[in-house]
Write a new protein. Structure first.
Length: 358
């Protein structure tokens, strides 16, 4: 397994929050011509009575917008690692229509991947405890099961900095919260560099394997895997981490206990993420795209408008992208493939995996 060298990593992905605050070059407005093109593609799908999971890229032709999405793909892999598409006219469409449009856009960027063992491809990010009560939380507490990242994402509580297990995570904002719910992003490369400068001893630990749990996955007997927080291959950096999964792994028989120094390294990591992050309010029609290899994300707590149909509502799509980087040896335990451009990531299914849609 190749780990990072003990030198700072330079390039456009090594940004700090202040850098994003000073520029808007990472925000790309959707033009009216592009919006009309998306609408025409949506109506064509509806006339054919296609279900969105059955669509291919050819079923959703958007030649003008596809050129913009090509630039987005390059910015995600070779630029800052994040892009905000602003101004999708979500107010014009029903939720069912937005799923068709969102899926169609995703197919022009990459291959959608499963987000849980139940085969979810477009996730609804909203406070499910408010909508459906706290039965699930009570059942989990009674059984002694640890809370997963997924259950936390679908509450109104805060989310710690983490990555998702896919090349690119996208979020389409349909409705924001009444208060709070800020999206927080941090460059994993900038975090890597800052820790290297402050505490090279702790940086070295983050380049060594930490044990993570695999709960929520279907199939397979292995309940955990070992992977470093920072990795490198062919000069390309990657970071994959969720403290929830590291903490949950500590309850699995056979997993070594974290040392005090390993815990200290994770604490410093979280501290630096907060220092270097950028906070943004996602507005209706914002489509946020993040390269998980170089960007961490988090969220502040929020409060919903109590009126029906006014709750915070985002759609989430995970994508494996054709211009992705090679990953270090050993990362296939999580990703399935470590070769560049290969369909990979997501949550393994008991029976099969999603087919490539490029």
């Amino acid at each position: 397994m190749t780990v990072t060298t003990a030198t700072p990593i330079l390039g456009p992905a090594a940004w700090r929050g202040l850098d994003l605050a000073r520029t808007t070059d990472w925000i790309r407005p959707v033009s009216e011509a592009e919006a009309q093109e998306l609408d025409a593609a949506l109506r064509a799908v509806q006339r054919r009575r296609l279900d969105w999971p059955a669509m291919t890229r050819d079923d959703f032709p958007i030649p003008r917008f596809a050129e913009s999405l090509g630039e987005v793909s390059r910015a995600l892999e070779d630029g800052r690692g994040l892009v905000l598409l602003r101004g999708l006219p979500v107010e014009r469409y029903t939720e069912a229509e937005l799923r068709i449009m969102y899926w169609g856009v995703g197919l022009h960027l990459g291959t959608p991947r499963y987000q849980n063992a139940q085969g979810e491809l477009i996730g609804d990010v909203r406070d499910e405890n408010r909508l459906y009560g706290s039965v699930r939380e009570l059942e989990a507490a009674a059984s002694g099961e640890p809370r997963t990242s997924r259950s936390k994402a679908r509450s109104a509580g805060p989310l710690r900095f983490h990555t998702d297990r896919v090349d690119v995570v996208t979020l389409l904002c349909v409705r924001p919260a009444a208060r709070g719910g800020l999206s927080k992003v941090a460059s994993s490369i900038a975090v890597h560099n800052a820790i290297l400068e402050r505490r090279p001893d702790l940086h070295a630990l983050l380049c060594q394997p930490y044990y993570h749990s695999r709960e929520g996955e279907a199939g397979g007997k292995q309940k955990y895997y070992a992977m470093p927080i920072f990795g490198m291959r062919d000069g390309r950096f990657t970071s994959q981490y969720s403290r929830t999964f590291v903490e949950n792994a500590q309850h699995i028989p056979g997993v070594p206990a974290l040392t005090a120094a390993q815990d200290e390294a994770l604490d410093l990591w979280a501290e630096v993420c907060e220092e270097l992050c950028y906070e943004m309010t996602l507005e209706p029609g914002d489509l946020q795209l993040l390269n998980n290899h170089v960007v961490y994300h988090a969220r502040t707590t929020y409060e919903d408008d109590p009126a029906p149909g006014r709750d915070r509502f985002l759609m989430r799509l995970w994508l494996s992208v054709p211009n992705s980087r090679a990953l270090p040896e050993g990362f296939d335990a999580l990703w399935g493939s470590i070769e560049p451009g290969a369909p990979r990531g997501g949550i393994a299914q008991a029976a099969d995996r999603p087919r490539s849609m490029n």
